[in-house]
Each structure stands twice: as C-alpha cells, then as structure tokens.
Design a protein. Structure first.
Length: 139
C-alpha cells in the first residue's frame, strides 16, 4: 500500500508544480486531506500488532481512503463532478447491457448536432440506363 500512497502523493506534488492540471480545486484539496488521513492510518496500522483485528480494520479503511483519493484526483484533474461521472458510468453500463446497438456519432465540440426536425433528406441520384451502358451496377 505504501507504493500506491507514494504514487498518489507524487501526483499531488505534480499538481502543485503544474497547477493547470487541476480543474476543480475543492476536489483536489479533498484528495489531499483524504491521502493525509490514509498516511496517518497507515502509520497506525504499522505500529499495531499485525495479527490483531484493529490492524485489519485500519488496513481496510486505509485502502478505501486511498481509493477515494485516487477518485477525487481523477475528478479534480478531469474537471468532472461526481454527478457527471455517475451519469457517464450509467450511460456506459446501459450501452454494455444493450450490447452497443446504438451507433456512435462523433460531433466536434464546436458544432451542435442537428435535431430530428433539422435533418434534411437528400435523395441519391439515380442513374439512367443510358449512363450504365456496358457497366456493372455496384450499389
């Protein structure tokens, strides 16, 4: 667990050096507090008897705190709120559950997708028999 905590602390210091990485400061500070609490609990677990139930409890709480810190840092650097992340995960679960039947359409952020009323039907040009003389139709 110390290696994971070290990596999270290194990322926290990286965000201090490059503040443009952090999009949401409250989530960043929340992750900082959570990881400091995880470090404290890790010190408590180290000082207790490894075979005691207290050691096991503190180790589980420590792991949960580290997971929360990683999640908060992900949200802080991505600029997402917890509600946005939950909505994205819900959509992902729905697509996986359906089997991905719906076609994905990628639209640049600068363009607004057309609604059903704005879409225009453009018929394909039909070829005349004189155009097809001696050719094989490939439609």
């Amino acid at each position: 667990m110390q290696g994971v905590i070290t990596a999270v602390v290194a990322f926290i210091f990286t965000c201090i050096v490059f503040p443009s990485l952090v999009k949401s400061r409250p989530q960043y500070y929340g992750a900082l507090v959570v990881i400091l609490l995880a470090i404290f609990l890790d010190a408590l677990a180290t000082s207790s008897d490894p075979k005691s139930t207290f050691h096991a409890f503190v180790a589980v709480v420590d792991a949960l705190l580290v997971i929360c810190a990683i999640g908060l840092l992900m949200l802080a650097t991505g600029g997402l709120s917890a509600r946005d992340l939950a909505a994205d995960i819900g959509k992902t679960i729905e697509v996986v559950r359906r089997g991905g039947e719906k076609e994905t359409i990628i639209v640049p952020m600068s363009e607004k997708p057309l609604s059903e009323n704005e879409k225009v039907y453009v018929p394909r040009k039909r070829s005349t028999p004189s155009d097809d003389a001696g050719s094989i139709k490939m439609d």
